[in-house]
Every structure is written in C-alpha cells, then in structure tokens.
Ligand binder design. Structure first.
Ligand code: GLN
Length: 264
C-alpha cells in the first residue's frame, strides 16, 4: 500500500558503533522494512561520540558491555542529555536495550565499582553485584505483556497472536525502579528481566521503552515494532496517515517456536 502523500519518519541511532551487541542493530532493520512495506520512508541518522543530535521521531540505542558503556556515558552527559530529556518529555518514541536502558537511568555501578552517571531520564538505578557467570542474568526471556500496554498495542496491531515478548538477556546489572509507581513491559514467565528477584521486564516512561531483550527484540515481536512506528506516526501526523496490517505469519511462527520451547 502507498500512503498518498509521502509519509516519512526520522530515527536517530545513538552510538551505533559502541553500543551494538547481540544483533541489536537488527531492530533498525525491522523498523525500516516494516515502514517501507507500508510506503513510509524511514530516514536513519547516526549520533556517535562527540556528535550532536537532530530532533527525530524515533530513537534507538542498543546494549553494550560495561567498557562500551564507560566509553560513552560521559559524552552522553555532555553532548546529548539536554536534548534527549526534551525529546522524551515531548513524547518522542525511544527503544533502549540493556546497557542503553541502564544509562538512561540514574546511574550504573558496574562489577568493578565504576559508577557511571546516567541521564537520569528513567527513574531506575542499576548495580552489578559481580562479574562471575553466576551473577549474570543470562538466557532466553519470555515476558507476559502488561495488560495496559497490550491494550495500547491493540490500536496498531489487530491480531496479536500471543500477549508475550520473546528475547534473550545477558547482563550483570540489576535494575530497580526508584519510586513506587512505575510501568514495566510485563511479568517474566521465563528468565530474569530487570533483576533476579522481581520477575519484571523493562520499563515504560512517556513513550520510552527500556528492555533487557536482545535477540534483536523486534523481528520476533512484530506487535512491539508496529507499536513504535504507529506511535511515532501519530505524534507527527495525528490521524492523517494510512495504516495497514502486514502479513506476519513467519514472524509469529518464530515467536511461537521460542515461546513453546521455553514453556515446555
Ligand atoms: N554491561 C551491562 C551489564 O552486564 C549491559 C550488558 C548488555 O547490554 N547486554 O549489566
């Protein structure tokens, strides 16, 4: 389907060189293809070390090892904090994976005792108890979506085949919310998620989604991918855009194979 007037979105990829592990870049490919299939142009900008940010409709930042995070956190504070804070408050759409999710919080204290000040945008804090394998949250992840989020996703996605997210996690950081009231992506049915205790995965704040799911997360979770694109279109065009459902048979097969494997 073609949108009558050319509909376009801009996505800024934060630290594409430094913060990119476990195929997180695949999330951008998914957003790109799903937009393209609908006749929507997705322009991808990159903002790395020392580079400024242009206002965008969407933002993506992938995960990174502690050392990668250490290499970027100072630059984030100096060159990107102000504009990113403003963009979050303006309702721009963000997808942040693992190390990125941690760096948008108040701080990350790594297993060597290095404290990295975060952007203090998300009300979360993260500490890593140690760097032994046993200290890590490592393996496949299955999350049952929070009912309210599932409901919101329904506006963009007609037939959500499964109210779940599948992914893969590998982190030592234990993330906890600061404050009593907060929204997560949902309850963990397999794996750890934000920390080893609470069985909660990810965080929602304005239109920011923080998640521990690598994999990358979007190809096997088309409902989440469409939710992000749809929100960004609504921000930019109100209701003046055409939106069609895609045939996601293969995507859902991939989702269900993993889900069933983890539940069996
Ligand atoms: N370095 C962080 C941790 O282990 C994040 C790792 C990641 O992004 N996968 O907690």
């Amino acid at each position: 389907m073609k949108n009558k007037e050319k509909i376009s979105l801009t996505l800024t990829h934060l630290y594409p060189e430094e913060m990119n592990i476990y195929g997180d870049r695949g999330n951008i490919m998914t957003l790109h293809r799903r937009s393209e299939w609908r006749g929507i142009e997705l322009n991808v900008l990159r903002s790395g070390l020392g580079q400024k940010i242009k206002e965008s409709d969407l933002y993506f930042m992938g995960g990174g090892q502690d050392n990668d995070m250490y290499a970027v956190f100072d630059d984030m504070l100096k060159n990107k904090k102000e504009i990113l804070k403003r963009e979050v408050k303006d309702g721009k759409v963000f997808l942040l994976i693992c190390g990125a999710f941690q760096l948008f919080g108040k701080y990350f204290l790594d297993s060597q005792g290095r404290e990295m000040e975060g952007l203090d945008i998300l009300p979360v804090e993260t500490q890593a108890p140690g760097d032994q394998l046993k200290d890590r949250c490592l393996g496949n992840l299955l999350t049952r979506l929070d009912p309210d989020l599932l409901n919101q996703m329904g506006a963009a996605y007609e037939e959500i085949v499964s109210p779940t997210l599948v992914g893969f996690e590998n982190h030592s950081g234990q993330t906890y919310a600061i404050g009593e009231k907060y929204e997560t992506l949902g309850k963990v049915e397999y794996g750890k998620g934000n920390n080893s205790k609470q069985k909660l995965e990810g965080f929602r704040f304005f239109n920011v989604i923080g998640s521990y799911s690598h994999g990358p997360i979007l190809p096997k979770n088309p409902h989440l991918a469409d939710f992000l694109i749809y929100q960004a279109l609504q921000n930019k065009y109100g209701d003046h855009f055409e939106w069609v459902q895609l045939d996601d048979d293969i995507e859902w097969q991939a989702h269900m194979v993993m889900k069933q494997r983890l539940l069996s």
